[in-house]
Design a protein around this ligand. Structure first.
Ligand code: RI2
Length: 318
């Protein structure tokens, strides 16, 4: 049996994730689930086995795009584990329903964690942000909805400047924004009450894998006595770390750091562009999820409850 090629929209989604046109851990998860639903809708085969194989091929294509945000494999796993049925139409319906359910849960989790995070913020607080995280923004937006007056110091977040997206969305929410370069962060920590960041993966030991620069910010925040929280719905929990695996840090193109012409002017140099770093749990005050807030060291309890002792890789099956 030859599995059909993934549908064209699946390739388009995979390409958009790889190039970061679609980005942010939760958004990647949502679009990956939606792409599996599209694959299910567009697959025209007669046998249930061929149908299952075609959905798995689509999942593999999506899985190979970016390695760090565990929300992507968690989304694929959620949908594939609910693919059930003895005939093609039942299988198709199960995939579409699972993807819809997953996307609904994402929306609800974001709202619920936003309320938890907002409770950590007080009227008149100034928050510092790093990168662009829909989960982190949910906390600030919920605080504003509760009637609290919040202002923000937003780090631009080189090399891709996702801080600009944060600045725009906070401004739209009525939050006064001061945009700073990343290297100005320590200087401004004396003026902020909280640091709020997102996460791409959370390891079983409570380590927070987030946009490069988070760990330095967290160390500085601790030194300055400024509390730092990571807002991360539970699809960011990395089940493979329960069994000792480490999280792969994505290395992106050198051209994101320096244009070819400028590099040629400098001469022979090495350029490296890691997209993420790991903040050890001792530098993070709280992980805020839709199930409440946790000290990083205790997140393993929630991880076991939700994922058991490990994680299957249903996309790897033929
Ligand atoms: P939400 C982003 O990574 C940032 O690191 C951000 O903190 C994280 O995803 C979580 O995003 P990238 O895709 O799920 O910009 O909170 O490399 O939106």
């Amino acid at each position: 049996m030859t599995a059909p090629e993934p549908a064209a929209p699946v390739h388009e989604t995979a390409e958009a994730i790889a190039t970061m046109e679609i980005r942010g851990a939760a958004t990647i998860a949502r679009e990956a689930a939606a792409a599996l639903a599209t694959q299910a809708r567009e697959t025209e085969v007669d046998s249930p086995d061929a149908f299952r194989a075609s959905v798995r091929v689509a999942a593999r294509t999506l899985h190979e795009t970016r390695p760090t945000a565990v929300s992507l494999p968690n989304a694929l796993r959620y949908v594939l584990q609910r693919m059930e049925g003895r005939d093609v139409e039942t299988l198709r319906r199960s995939v579409v329903d699972a993807a819809d359910e997953f996307i609904d849960q994402l929306e609800r989790a974001r709202t619920d964690l936003g309320r938890v995070g907002a409770n950590r913020l007080a009227d008149g607080d100034t928050v510092m942000t790093h990168c662009h995280s829909t989960d982190a923004l949910a906390c600030i937006e919920a605080a504003v909805e509760q009637g609290k007056s919040i202002s923000a110091v937003v780090k631009e977040t080189r090399p891709r400047n996702q801080g600009h997206i944060t600045a725009e969305q906070l401004r739209d929410a009525g939050v006064p924004v001061t945009l700073i370069v990343d290297s100005a962060a320590r200087r401004y920590l004396d003026e902020v009450d909280h640091v709020v960041v997102g996460a791409d993966s959370i390891a079983a030991d409570g380590g927070v894998i987030n946009k490069i620069g988070t760990s330095g910010l967290a160390v500085n925040a601790r030194e300055r006595g400024v509390p730092i929280m990571t807002a991360a719905q539970t699809i960011k929990l990395h089940p493979e770390t329960l069994t000792g695996h480490t999280v792969e840090i994505e290395m992106r193109s050198e051209t994101e750091v320096i244009a070819d012409a400028a590099r040629d002017d400098i001469g022979e140099i090495t350029v490296e562009n890691p997209a993420f770093d790991v903040t050890p749990p001792r530098y993070m005050d709280a992980i805020v999820t839709e199930h409440g807030q946790f000290p990083p060291e205790s997140i393993v309890t929630l991880m076991r409850e939700l994922f058991g002792e490990g994680a299957a890789e249903p996309w790897a099956e033929p």
